[in-house]
Design a protein around this ligand. Structure first.
Ligand SMILES: Nc1ncnc2c1ncn2[C@@H]1O[C@H](COP(=O)(O)OP(=O)(O)O)[C@@H](O)[C@H]1O
Ligand SMILES: [Mg+2]
Length: 226
């Protein structure tokens, strides 16, 4: 049976795609079949998208980066690097939760992959449609979440706030992954992890350090197994 997990962020540009790709690659290395969805993407350039979220996710899946694969992974693509409903408005388009949720449900029902990752946008409560935040998409789909937090100054609060919001809406957060900040001035990574663990109410908190991806994707995968 498939295991589907929503990859949520405590903030934008925090490492959601980085973590998703590492998990997909680790699962494939273990011989598991994988699938990924990034239903809504903004800041998307039709002429050059290999480094975009769908481009990176398709590469991690081992899929060709072609128009068919792109359309199947990310049907809603917007040019402006803004929250998707704002970016959609600039193009005279409107995006509603119902259609995004229906697309995700149909894809989740149709796949028999061992692991399916659905990446949200921005932070947990970034608007993903005209009428919904990413949190509402997550609750509509009823998926457990992997929450990605960061180790930048302020990251502990962002992570714990997202965790509280998820809990308040009945979302099961299966694991928190703290992606190490690339900022040399960021607080100590180990201290940050210890503080997140202290306040995360017993949830598993995994470190995704910069550089080597040794061990942590496998640990996260083990926690996501049904
Ligand atoms: N733990 C990490 N190690 C190395 N690079 C990272 C890590 N976390 C994030 N990055 C890099 O930071 C940038 C933003 O991360 P990304 O995964 O695109 O964030 P998001 O999907 O949340 O917007 C990307 O270039 C990504 O490769
Ligand atoms: Mg991303």
């Amino acid at each position: 049976m498939s295991r589907a997990v929503f990859i949520a962020g405590a903030h934008t540009d925090i490492g959601k795609t980085h973590v998703a790709c590492a998990l997909l690659e680790a699962a494939r290395a273990e011989g598991r079949s994988v699938e990924a969805l990034k239903p809504v993407v903004s800041g998307f350039d039709d002429a050059d998208w290999s480094a975009s979220d769908p481009g990176r996710l398709l590469a991690a899946l081992g899929c060709p980066l072609d128009a068919t694969a792109l359309e199947a992974m990310s049907p809603w693509r917007f040019t402006a690097p803004l929250a998707p409903p704002m970016a959609a408005r600039r193009e005279g388009r409107t995006l509603m939760l119902g259609e995004v949720a229906a697309f995700c449900r149909a894809r989740l029902a149709a796949t028999n992959a061992d692991l399916v990752l659905v990446e949200g946008v921005g932070g947990l409560m970034s608007p993903i449609a005209e009428d919904a935040t990413g949190l509402q998409l997550m609750t509509a789909l009823g998926l457990p979440a992997l929450l990605v937090g960061g180790s930048y100054l302020g990251g502990i609060s962002h992570t714990l706030t997202a965790l509280e919001a998820a809990r308040a809406h009945g979302v099961t957060v299966a694991v928190v992954v703290i992606s190490q900040s690339g900022d040399a001035e960021a607080p100590d990574f180990g201290d940050t992890l210890a503080d997140v663990r202290r306040f995360a109410g017993g949830l598993p908190v995994i470190a995704a350090p910069r550089g080597a991806q040794v061990g942590w994707p496998q640990s996260a995968l083990a926690l996501l197994s049904p």
